[in-house]
Design a protein around this ligand. Sequence first.
Ligand SMILES: C[S@@+](CC[C@H](N)C(=O)[O-])C[C@H]1O[C@@H](n2cnc3c(N)ncnc32)[C@H](O)[C@@H]1O
Length: 240
Amino acid sequence: MSQCRHKMNTYWEKHSQNGDVTEMLLDSKGAEISDIEIKEIMNYLPDYKEKDVLELGAGIGRYTTKLAEKAKSVIAVDFMRNFIDKNKETNGHNKNIQFVCKNVLELELETNSLDLIFSNWLLMYLDDHEVSILFHNMLKWLRPTGRLFYRESCYKQSGNLLRQFNPTIYRTPDEYAKITSEIVHTNKDGRQISFELVVTGSIKTYIQMKNNSNQIFWLLKSTERDNGAPADHGIKVENE
Ligand SMILES: C[S@@+](CC[C@H](N)C(=O)[O-])C[C@H]1O[C@@H](n2cnc3c(N)ncnc32)[C@H](O)[C@@H]1O
């Protein structure tokens, strides 16, 4: 196991003791922020009614609940048993959810099987190489019309919960853009696909409640590359 993987696993073992909202946001204002933030983020998603959705790093299921209300199917993945159990406790009555306790890097899914991949605060717990592998897998798993939504803390720590050690990787938006721009998948028929940016921006809830504009989201779509042209990974900021 890599040093980074060991650190991230240890970090989450330590922060998954209670399985509550505070642990999800790692912020003392977690409970206050959570509902408002969820409402805002759900508004950025494309229509996923009757669609097949994958949620990575699902935690206790704050978003699983919302996704399962409309989706045809939801696969909710997290590597902490405590979180998956809590998610099941809250959402297990929804028979369209499959709960998977696994490291996202070990996930194996069918090519072209998903319409939406949703990930809220996961990539900052993976190193660059792991992020590349995961993006590549996500591109494979998405159907041609598929979308990927992800949100990360950029630049610096955001939650104010005291942490003795914090291995979280606070990338810049440019660093995420660079990693996504390098991801290319070649289909069985030889056609190349990559990610194209639909929209990105700062989470308004954090600007308003915490004066923090470093909470960034991205919505990407899978797109066919034209003669090996570079992917469009320019920053289109939605709410500035
Ligand atoms: C900050 S929490 C966010 C949880 C949830 N997305 C939310 O917003 O409420 C990050 C989650 O990612 C999970 N996680 C981190 N690295 C992971 C990995 N390699 N595989 C699966 N889950 C992971 C953690 O266990 C934790 O539940």
